[in-house]
Design a protein around this ligand. Structure first.
Ligand SMILES: [Zn+2]
Length: 327
């Protein structure tokens, strides 16, 4: 990995390989550290326990252009946006560029069942999968999610499915990683053919960057060996910062080397008695049971019954174990 020299990247608008920059990975340090680290030196990168896990050959230090970073990656400098707040409040003012050398993998929480890109690629090869569709998520599965995963798997050129829930650092109101992984494990074990689906967590901080984050997350999945990538409505959105379909359109603008499979909002239709989208169902909204994470969380917190049309009983059982959401 090369921690990109951000000012150079932004001025040219493209990375050295010709792709547009999406959401850069930044190593930013505070003032007191900045005095001790110089260009041309090697420095240690520490994990949350203060132990070295990698080294960085510092090729450049530069003042982090926080406004430009927030605007470029997230389209806003509004600090009500969780990632923008992070940039302004938690990132240091000095950024480091240079080659990173990994000494050991980070220790992941026990809930993680996480394969490396090398391991997933090897597994796909062993299984004879030439084309793999990846699914990004950060919530327990609804039948709407299951529907678009399976519709993608039905495509004749697709051999397998990689379900990769993001379980990195949380913000308030997020489901806990144990809940997400436990619910997905039960659904994948119970409702997917064993030789067609792989569940593997992804421990990264979620970037709620709408269209740019959708590109970023697609590139990450390409690294894991996926050839196709599912893009639902309002992927990686937060609040009302992004047009819900901007995450679809951006794939027309940029080819990042993975095939986007785009889906409109998915719902259960009482008249069709099936999952559907506006593309496949002619009925009115009064027949539609939409999947709203906010509504689900509310029902859960109020101790009300969860709708079995859009949640598998196994998932409801996991959600009802209590303490599902970070408060
Ligand atoms: Zn219908």
């Amino acid at each position: 990995m090369d921690s990109a020299a951000f000012h150079r990247v932004t001025s040219e608008g493209r990375l050295p390989n010709g792709l547009p920059w999406t959401i850069p990975i930044i190593i930013a340090i505070k003032k007191d550290q900045a005095n001790e680290i110089h260009e041309g030196e090697k420095t240690a990168l520490l994990d949350w326990n203060g132990r070295t896990f990698a080294t960085l050959d510092v090729s450049e230090t530069y003042p982090l252009p926080k406004e430009e970073l927030a605007q470029g990656a997230y389209g806003t400098t509004d600090q009500n946006h969780p990632n923008v707040a992070d940039i302004f409040n938690n990132y240091g003012d000095t950024a480091l560029a240079g080659k990173v050398a990994l000494l050991r993998r980070l220790e992941l929480p026990t809930v993680a069942h996480e394969m490396t890109p090398k391991e997933t690629r090897e597994l796909f090869r062993k299984r004879g999968w030439r084309n793999v569709v990846a699914y990004q998520c950060r919530n327990p599965p609804h039948t709407a999610h299951e529907y678009i995963q399976k519709v993608s798997l039905e495509r004749s050129e697709v051999d397998g499915l990689l379900v990769q829930p993001v379980i990195g650092r949380l913000k308030k109101g997020d489901y806990r990683p144990t809940v997400i992984m436990d619910a997905y494990r039960r659904v994948v074990d119970g409702y997917y053919p064993k030789d067609r689906a792989v569940l593997s967590s992804l421990s990264i901080t979620m970037r709620y960057g709408g269209p740019k984050a959708a590109l970023f997350l697609a590139i990450v999945r390409k690294n894991f060996g996926a050839t196709h990538y599912i893009v639902g409505r309002d992927q990686a959105g937060v609040g009302k910062y992004y047009d819900p379909y901007a995450c679809h359109k951006i794939f027309d603008q940029f080819d990042v080397g993975i095939v986007p499979l785009r889906y409109m909002e998915t719902f259960y239709c009482r008249a069709c008695k099936a999952m559907a989208t506006a593309k496949t169902c002619p009925h009115g909204e009064d027949e539609h049971l939409a999947v709203s994470q906010t509504h689900m969380r509310q029902l859960l917190q109020e101790g009300k019954e969860l709708p079995t049309e859009i949640l598998r009983p196994e998932v409801i059982a996991v959600l009802k174990q209590g303490d599902a959401v970070l408060t």
